[in-house]
Design a binder for this molecule. Structure first.
Ligand SMILES: [Zn+2]
Length: 77
C-alpha cells in the first residue's frame, strides 16, 4: 500500500519545500501522521511503515545538506 500523503496548501504561511525523506527531492507533499515530507513518486513505491520518524528524517537531511544545520536550524540540532 502506498504512503498516504497530503499536499501542503498553497496558502500555508511560510511555505517552504522540504526534502523527501526517501529521495531528498524538494516536495510540497507530506505524510502528515509523522509530519515528514514524502514526494509523490516515493509515496507510490513505499509504505507507511517505511517512513522514518521526524527526528530521523531531519538527521538524514542535515547529514546530506550540512549547511542546513546552521541556515535553518540555527545550529541547535
Ligand atoms: Zn521522494
Amino acid at each position: 500500500m502506498p504512503v498516504t500523503i497530503e499536499k501542503e496548501p498553497d496558502t500555508a504561511p511560510f511555505r517552504t519545500r522540504e526534502h523527501c525523506c526517501f529521495c531528498f527531492k524538494a516536495t510540497s507533499y507530506w505524510h502528515t501522521p509523522k509530519d515528514v515530507a514524502v514526494c509523490v513518486d516515493c509515496a507510490e513505491i513505499h509504505e507507511d511503515d517505511e517512513v522514518p520518524t521526524k527526528s530521523a528524517w531531519c538527521g538524514s537531511v542535515v547529514e546530506r545538506y550540512p549547511h542546513l544545520k546552521t541556515d535553518r536550524y540555527g545550529g541547535h540540532l
